[in-house]
Design a protein. Structure first.
Lengths: 164, 805, 283
């Protein structure tokens, strides 16, 4: 009965292969088949953004993408952003500015912010709020998330200027 | 005093009370290494999924699972018939009622659990759910709690036919659950009737839902070799779940281990015991394999844990100069199909009788009638302490309405009636003993911070400009002064299923001066691992960074009643401080031996005991800890451990003053929050950063509730708000920045004076937002309109007031 | 929310895609960005046995922004929002795209999917009506052009035959005065009411006007009458009121969680008046 397909992806820089039914949702492939449990499932209707990952250079919601559609894609999840020995500035700033509480939205939030700051390296507060509007948080009221993203942008720009 | 800089430095090094310490939890969450229930994967794990009722009220004539069972990968399909021999087709609720685990003959709300499919993965389980054929016969639906009480209303709970005595006294109708009263009815009525001014209004606090970002779920695993059941799940009260699981399943409590892993927000949604947990336990016992059940968002919104749904009829009397003479409240409480409210046993309406609020009201009465309807059960405290937010909304609306009747400024009316600082401890007309407060100071600070008089002038000018046709936007100033009652609670009157509402902390100091502490609570984002370590740091002199806090595993943590109702800091926080003090008492004996002085010759100095008058002779806590393990000290047992079970002598009463400034477009019903000022007094402040974060989050939930979030039903009992398209959770775009402030009035009975804060912003925020909407229309004659204040309802208000020309 | 099983196809040409649709008939559905279809499939309100994914067809991408503007069906709303040529030639597109869903959804949501599936809640169909766009459809019989204004028949029912694929939208460079005004409850919501307005002017008078409305009937609404009454006017109070009145005759909103009919009509009027004012300020 099963019509599993041979799925090839590049996840966090590594080529991975797995068998999956075409109908499996990318979020389930990542979480169940590949053991990448950073991205979460919150609403299942593409409203909350807890499942946000980066696919081929764009932020997407992995709950509304079939495994088959992702065939061949390059995917970055929270697990691919920073390492324990070298955290990404966003990860540091979320902690510094108390931009998280229960932590459930955080992987999607940071993964989205990571792409946002590449798209818009020096955002205004309004641009951060608009650019992060696909990610819901029930705990923080966003104020400290916005603060963390703006602080991270600042920090990244300072580092970039110093390097130039 | 030459050592002062040194002791200050040592104090700073502890990161104890008052320090905006960064959270220790964040490292794993920011790297995607949290461990939530759906992250748990066990070998051979099966997946459970529910067949749910599409009808709000129907008889279940038959269930045919043949086709489902024929699907490869389907292991079992459980129905009430399978659970009945185990006595598990119904389960007791926290409110003294019982609830169907799986539909037993009929269904009573849309989304009710009818059958439980167990399969090898979630895709197959979902396919099988589609294949289960259920034959229903429609029954008349009742979604209105007033119509439910009509003599000829359909009988919803056939299992209770002829039962005239419920868990909370007599039932006077087949859909009536209880009547609960407090206060002096005759006295309140007499006082109000004799008043110069009387205000009367019905205030509806609509049905909503806590909707944490993570839904509810569990993994149940029966180890048949050792006879041990392990249950991981989204439990705000893991120890209570263990006790309930033992009572239900007959498995001895020592053979059940309940673990709450990381929890993706709770807000009251994860207090209850849901059919999914029971079915998963049965399934693992039957199959011998681990079974996971995780509900989806629609199931979460449709079937688990609604909040509020209180129709509150109020009468308040006052002298013509604004002195309140009496308050009368009658509530019709829509409890849905089963009374599964999560309240302490003796309080079927929670602490609603805090409804006299911040005011010195001489006589009051309240009564609550609980009613069954064809809606989901629940009635949880959504980021509040047991019906406190309903009470706060009620009194803060009644005050505004009274101000209108009196033609008085609402800020001034509050000031006239506040309980004065010198009246604490204050016993309210409905029997609570408020521990402490200083409302006038907080209120004056708040009004000054926002330039209240200036705002009122601007508002008056705006009204004139509107009348001249120069603007279509009105300005609302939403005032709230709330008093909470949290920290349930004293064992003498607070219990959950018979378990007293104490809480606990157990501390072990390691030989090299670091420590682990375990508590009976469980964090769902509140940052317990950070803040409880701060309490202990201040009590024991061990730096917070050297203290591990562990919660949620019933095999290791001491018994506690869990985290909800802002009870962690007031109760478990107190237990932590008391356990820390026990450590210190033993440490003092050890230090005395090591320094060869009498216990009484020592004094505590931040992180050490020093000889009085000879501060250079001291032993640090680290040195003392080492000695506790490597020296034979006469009369003192080795080791350095302590445990405290804390039974609070009273609740705590945090309070606050909130002011919301809102622009309202009368044509589209849209609003804009121009300013929100929130002053909180939660007693001693453990971690200002975390307090501020709690306030931001709670205010945003309040914004959602006041301005659009609801669980709405149509006349057929269909849920109209089952996804996050329709169930309003604001994004960063709709959420304003908040301005936070504080005063600090420590609780006199709490060991460190802390009161709890997590829920204050929801309790105080909802009336602040709602009062702003009402206030915008006050000049045009509005006294009361119901939440949620979404676009069309605000527009309707404007239309009804003739503002559309 | 788990979809039913299907077989997946990723053709690399429109012809191959059409071939698959012919082969599988009504058991097949085309998927572009998937953000309308996949939620329906997760709720099992749609359960196609074959899913034909258009992402591998290079011919469906690309934007031409000359005097005639052509946008490939697989161009995403994000791409539309970021395209410098479009921003210059038809800025109303970006103004509308900004108001669709959220960044992640716009990254996958396509122009073709949004206009082709016939969901009255989508924003781009009314925009296409306003622009007087034509849709290019390719099917077994070849290629044909259909006017957007004749495309929408009923909810989810359009002039597209089951075996056809919408490959591109095209329209002439629009008039300078533009606005897409949308009221919604929150980011991610469909419109309570939205209005697309294009106005051309000469010598302080309206010489061309086009008005279309989103989510105010079971199909997107082009209000020819509203445009007509603006012609020759200076978009003053009376003209706007007349346009709003005319538009009211063309919409037919239904009650839902966003509010009752009377409210929607009222808001539609307010939104249209605002859109006209903004468009007029830009002519």
């Amino acid at each position: 009965m099963s019509n599993r397909m041979h799925l090839t992806l590049k996840v966090n820089g590594e080529a991975v292969e797995t068998l999956a039914e075409p109908r499996e949702l990318l979020i389930h492939v990542l979480r169940e088949r590949l053991g990448i449990t950073g991205p979460h499932i919150g609403c299942e209707t593409s409203h909350c953004g807890a499942c946000t990952v980066d696919m081929d250079g764009k932020s997407v919601k992995a709950c509304t993408i079939f495994a088959a559609q992702a065939q061949g894609a390059e995917i970055t999840t929270i697990e691919g952003i920073g390492t324990p020995d070298s955290l990404h500035v966003l990860q540091e700033m979320f902690r510094e500015h108390h931009g998280l509480q229960c932590g459930f939205c955080t992987p999607g939030m940071i993964t989205r912010a990571w792409r946002l700051l590449q798209e818009t390296p020096s955002p205004t507060e309004e641009e951060v709020r608009f650019g992060m509007a696909g990610n819901l948080c029930r705990c923080t009221g966003y104020q400290n998330i916005v603060k963390a993203v703006l602080a991270a942008a600042n920090e990244l720009n300072t580092v970039k200027e110093a390097a130039e | 005093m030459k050592d002062l800089p040194d002791s200050e430095e040592r104090r700073a090094n502890l990161k104890g009370l008052g320090c905006a310490r960064k959270r220790v939890e964040d490292a794993r969450f920011t790297q995607g290494k949290g461990n939530y229930v759906d992250d748990i994967k066990l070998p051979g794990m099966l997946f459970g999924d529910f067949v749910r009722s599409p009808y709000a009220h129907a008889r279940v004539k038959s269930i045919n699972a043949e086709a489902a069972l024929a699907l490869p990968g389907v292991i079992a399909v459980l129905t009430a018939k399978d659970l009945e021999p185990l006595g598990l087709h119904w389960m007791p609720t926290l409110a003294g009622d019982k609830q169907m685990v799986l539909a037993d003959g009929k269904v009573l709300f849309q989304g009710q659990e009818v059958a439980f499919v167990v399969a090898t993965d979630r895709y197959i389980a979902a396919d099988a759910v589609e294949l289960v054929e259920v034959d229903y016969e429609d029954l008349p639906v009742v979604v209105d709690p007033f119509k439910a009480q009509a003599p000829d209303a359909p009988v919803l709970r056939e299992d209770l036919e002829g039962v005239t005595e419920g868990a909370h006294g007599p039932r006077r109708h087949h859909n009536h659950i209880f009547t609960w009263e407090q206060g002096d009815a005759a006295g309140a009525n007499a006082a109000i009737d004799g008043s110069e001014v009387i205000a009367e209004e019905t205030i509806y606090y609509h049905r909503t839902h806590p909707c944490p970002l993570e839904t509810c779920g569990c993994v149940a695993s029966m180890d048949k070799i050792n006879g041990k059941l392990t249950l991981w799940g989204t439990f705000q009260a893991p120890h209570v779940v263990r006790t309930v699981a033992s009572l239900l399943s007959g498995i001895d409590e020592h053979n059940i281990r309940v673990v709450s892993p990381d929890i993706g927000g709770g807000f009251g949604n994860k207090v209850g015991v849901y059919p999914g947990y029971v079915c998963s336990i049965v399934a693992t016992i039957v199959t011998g394999k681990p079974v996971k059940w995780v509900e989806d968002r629609m199931e979460n919104l449709m079937a688990t844990a609604f909040a509020r749904d209180y129709w509150m009829k109020g009468r308040i009397g006052a002298t013509k100069d604004g002195r309140i003479t009496g308050l009368h409240a009658h509530v019709t409480a829509d409890h849905g199909a089963f009374d599964a409210c999560a309240d302490p046993t003796k309080f079927p309406a929670g602490f609603f009788h805090i409804c006299t609020g911040s005011y010195d009201i001489p006589v009051a009465y309240c009564a609550v009638d609980g009613v069954y309807t064809n809606k989901a059960p629940g009635g949880v405290a959504y980021r509040c302490s047991f019906r406190v937010t309903e009470a706060a909304y009620f009194i803060e609306r009644m005050i505004e309405i009274l101000a209108i009747k009196l033609g008085m400024d609402a800020a001034e009316l509050r000031r006239i009636n506040f309980i004065r600082a010198d009246q604490f401890p204050y016993t309210s007309a409905l029997g609570w003993e408020y521990d402490s407060g200083d409302y006038h100071t907080a209120w004056d600070k708040a009004l000054k911070a926002v330039d209240y008089e200036g705002l009122r002038r601007e508002q008056a000018e705006r009204v004139e400009a509107f009348r001249r046709g120069e603007t279509r936007k009105l300005l609302g100033i939403g005032l709230t002064h709330f008093t909470e009652i949290v920290g349930a609670g004293p064992v003498k009157n607070c219990d959950i299923l018979g378990m007293g509402m104490f809480d606990s902390c157990e501390i072990r100091i390691h030989p090299t001066g670091s420590a682990i502490a375990r508590l009976g609570t469980i964090s769902q984002g509140q940052g317990h691992a950070t803040t409880f370590a701060q309490i202990l740091a201040s009590e024991t002199g061990i730096p917070a960074d050297k203290i591990t806090i562990e919660e949620g595993d019933t095999d290791t943590a001491p018994y506690g009643l869990g985290t909800y109702g802002s009870r962690s800091t007031p109760v478990a926080g107190a237990a932590t401080a008391m356990a820390g003090r026990k450590i210190r008492a033993k440490a003092q004996m050890i230090a005395a031996y090591l320094l060869e002085v009498h216990d009484d010759d020592l004094e505590w100095d931040v992180d050490r005991f020093a000889v009085k008058g000879a501060p250079e002779r001291f032993k640090t806590m680290a040195e003392i800890a080492y000695a506790a393990y490597n020296q034979a000290i006469p009369g003192v047992e080795p080791g350095l451990e302590a445990v405290s079970y804390y039974d609070p002598p009273n609740m705590t009463y945090p309070f606050g003053a909130y002011i919301c400034v809102m622009e309202i477009d009368v044509d589209t019903g849209e609003h804009e929050i121009r300013q929100f000022y929130a002053l909180d007094d939660c007693g001693t402040r453990i971690n200002p950063m975390i307090i501020e974060g709690q306030v931001h989050g709670g205010l945003t939930e309040a914004l959602a509730i006041a301005m659009g979030q609801e669980i709405a039903y149509d006349d057929m009992g269909n849920v109209r708000t089952g996804t996050l398209m329709d169930f309003f959770l604001p994004t960063a775009w709709e959420t304003p920045n908040y301005q936070t402030d504080w005063t600090e009035t420590p609780s006199p009975h709490h060991p460190i004076g802390a009161k709890g804060v997590g829920e204050s912003p929801n309790v105080g925020g909802v009336p602040a937002f709602s009062n702003a909407v009402h206030d915008a229309f006050r000049a045009f004659g509005l006294t009361q309109t119901h939440m949620p204040h979404d676009h069309w309802r605000i527009w309707r208000t404007a239309r009804d007031l003739g503002l559309h020309g | 929310m788990i979809p039913a099983r299907f077989d997946y196809h990723r053709p690399d040409s429109v012809a191959a895609a059409v071939g698959l649709l012919q082969q599988h008939g009504d058991e097949a559905r085309v998927v572009a960005g998937g953000h309308s279809l996949i939620p329906m499939m997760k709720l099992r309100m749609a359960a196609p046995a074959h899913l034909v994914d258009l992402q591998g067809i290079a011919a469906l991408r690309g934007i031409e922004a000359g005097d005639r503007i052509r946008i490939g069906a697989m161009v995403t709303q994000s791409e539309m929002l970021a395209h410098a040529g479009l921003a210059e030639a038809a800025p109303i597109l970006a103004e509308a795209a900004r108001q669709i869903a959220d960044p992640q959804v716009r990254n996958l949501g396509t122009v073709g999917g949004n206009v082709a599936n016939g969901d009255p809640g989508n924003d781009l169909p009314a925009l296409m009506l306003c622009l007087d766009a034509t849709f290019t459809l390719e099917g077994p019989e070849g290629v044909r052009e259909v006017a957007a204004r004749g495309f929408y028949e009923a909810p989810y029912v359009t002039a597209r035959e089951e075996e056809e694929i919408l490959t591109a939208v095209g329209f002439d460079r629009p008039a300078r005065g533009f606005a897409y005004e949308k009221q919604k409850r929150k980011i991610g919501d469909y419109a309570t009411a939205a209005a697309a307005v294009l106005i051309g002017a000469e010598g302080g008078r309206v010489v061309s006007a086009s008005v279309a409305m989103t989510n105010l009937a079971d199909v997107p609404v082009f209000s020819a009458a509203a445009g007509e009454v603006l012609l020759g006017s200076d978009c003053g109070e009376d003209a706007v009121a007349a346009a709003v009145d005319a538009m009211q005759g063309d919409i037919d909103p239904v009650e839902d969680n966003r509010g009752p009919v009377e409210f929607k009509r009222h808001v539609a009027g307010v939104i249209l008046a605002r859109a006209i004012a903004r468009a007029w300020s830009r002519v």
